[in-house]
Write a protein that binds this ligand. Structure first.
Ligand code: 2NL
Length: 301
């Protein structure tokens, strides 16, 4: 502010100051009053314009739905939770070692041909082809305690997409490990699961099979839920539907998890929730799960 030399004679200054104050207060009061009046006007205008008519019908709420695979997974979790299995989460990006070698598939093992995958630019780092590497993580984490876990998650395979196979899909594997686990425990657990998942009274059949990470190995069938075993197109006139693979954990895999195979034993199984959902809900094309067609998705509550 610039300095000014006073020009008013000193006897006039008090009266002049008082008057200046009066003017200032007057302007301030007028300003406040106008602001208040404008506020009131705006408010009454919006009260009229935005009036809520409580007699109007409401907006219907449109609840979302769970994806059929989410529903299937939750059903699987519930059944195994009742049998004492915890959910064990594990990563999608794995090493070749954990996905293959430690599961008894060394480099050049012919079984690797069944599971081609997606590779990252970092050598030895791949997308998992099954949730089994998670079982190695679980074993290494829990040793020497007994284990009862299921491992859900996304798996990846580099293969032709068809009505029956996708390049991304979920898997749920199970692992029970301890000092007294036998094949009888495996059969009891799976028969109980099949009955709870597909209805009481199901026939369950174990067929000898082969996996590199189990010995002995089996494929598990239930009697066809459509024709009860009489034979139809869904079961390809065999009367049976395959629902999972299973077996006793291979000693080499136990050892790779840190458990002495002379002291411990365990059973493991693996299933594909897409396949389970396709059988349960009679879906004939696996691509529907990723197609995001609401007409498909909205059928599931
Ligand atoms: C299938 C078959 C299976 C397993 C998965 C497993 C994992 C470890 C050790 C032993 Cl670390 N077994 N997993 C065992 C048998 C079968 O899956 O057809 N899945 C869709």
């Amino acid at each position: 502010m610039s300095e000014r030399t006073p020009t008013l004679p000193s006897e006039e200054r008090p009266a002049y100051g008082r008057r200046a104050n009066e003017v200032k207060q007057g302007l301030e009061a007028a300003y406040e009053a106008k602001v208040e009046a404008l506020k009131q006007a705006t408010q009454s205008r919006s009260l009229v314009a935005d009036e809520v008519d409580v007699s109007l019908p409401g907006h219907p709420s449109r609840p979302g739905r769970l994806h059929p695979i989410t529903r299937t997974l939750r059903e699987i979790y519930r059944i195994f939770a009742e049998m004492g299995f915890q959910v064990y989460r594990s990563r999608d990006v794995e090493t070749d070692d954990l996905n293959f070698t430690l599961l008894n598939m060394p480099p050049h093992h012919p079984a690797r041909d069944m599971w081609d995958t997606f590779y990252t630019v970092r050598p030895g780092v791949i997308l998992r082809t099954h949730t089994s590497p998670g079982q190695i993580h679980a074993m290494r984490q829990y040793y020497p305690e007994p284990i009862r876990v299921i491992l859900p998650g996304m798996c990846y395979r580099y293969e032709q997409v068809t009505a029956r196979s996708e390049l991304m899909f979920t898997q749920v594997e199970g692992l029970a490990l301890g000092k007294t686990i036998t094949m009888a425990d495996l059969k009891g657990t799976i028969v109980d699961f099949a009955n709870r998942m597909f209805g009481q009274g199901r026939q369950v059949r174990f067929r000898a099979s082969h996996f590199p990470f189990t010995e002995p190995s089996a494929e598990v069938d239930i009697d066809c839920i459509l024709c009860s075993g009489k034979g139809c197109r869904v079961c390809k006139f065999t009367g049976w539907l395959e629902i999972m693979g299973a077996g006793m954990v291979h000693p080499v895999v136990l050892e790779n998890g840190g458990y002495d195979p002379d002291v411990y034993s365990g059973f493991a199984f693996g299933m594909g929730p897409e396949r389970i959902a396709m059988l349960k809900y009679r879906i004939d094309d696996i691509r529907a799960f990723w197609a995001n067609d609401l007409r498909f998705l909205q059928q599931f509550r």
